[in-house]
Design a protein around this ligand. Sequence first.
Ligand SMILES: Cc1cc2nc3c(=O)[nH]c(=O)nc-3n(C[C@H](O)[C@H](O)[C@H](O)COP(=O)(O)O)c2cc1C
Length: 176
Amino acid sequence: MAKVGIFFGTDTGNTRKFAKKMAQQLGEAIADKPVNISKASVEDLLAYDVLILGSPTYGDGELPGLSSGVQESWEEFLPQLAGADFSGKTIALYGLGDQAGYADNFVDAIGILYDTFSCCNAKFIGFTSCDGYEFNRSKAQIDDKFVGLVLDEDCQKELSEQRLNDWLAEISSAWK
Ligand SMILES: Cc1cc2nc3c(=O)[nH]c(=O)nc-3n(C[C@H](O)[C@H](O)[C@H](O)COP(=O)(O)O)c2cc1C
């Protein structure tokens, strides 16, 4: 089994698209095929030393899932983490959002993932600068950083590829 596990939630496919791009760029010796979180168990995640976890935000700052009218996803998965121990695991988060349409809740979902996995003792890598984004509030923001990579296919599609490449280069020391 490869070292890096990639798990994502999605509704319209953007978060899946970037999961696939990452897996392709890392190569199959490093990363296994990305898995939709609706098909994963906590044990599936615990099988890896390094996890890349992706989520869009739905509703007004919510995880994707049944209550925001999306298919089963992170909302249904997170309660299963109660009591799980991610000590020794390294997590890199990436989030998809829309800074113009949802300026008060921009990429909140990865802030929720950060809080939840922090309680399970995970260590995080891959924080990124908030420079270059225009929004009012985000649960994914700590001081002047986002808790992971932030991609906005609604407003800044042209920047996504470069942001992704820079981020992968930065976090790659986790599996070298
Ligand atoms: C109904 C709806 C609600 C949304 N709510 C938010 C939100 O609260 N915050 C945000 O940053 N983006 C929000 N978005 C934007 C999506 O997160 C964004 O389009 C994302 O790229 C979708 O990813 P997916 O294709 O993987 O589902 C919302 C989009 C829709 C359609």
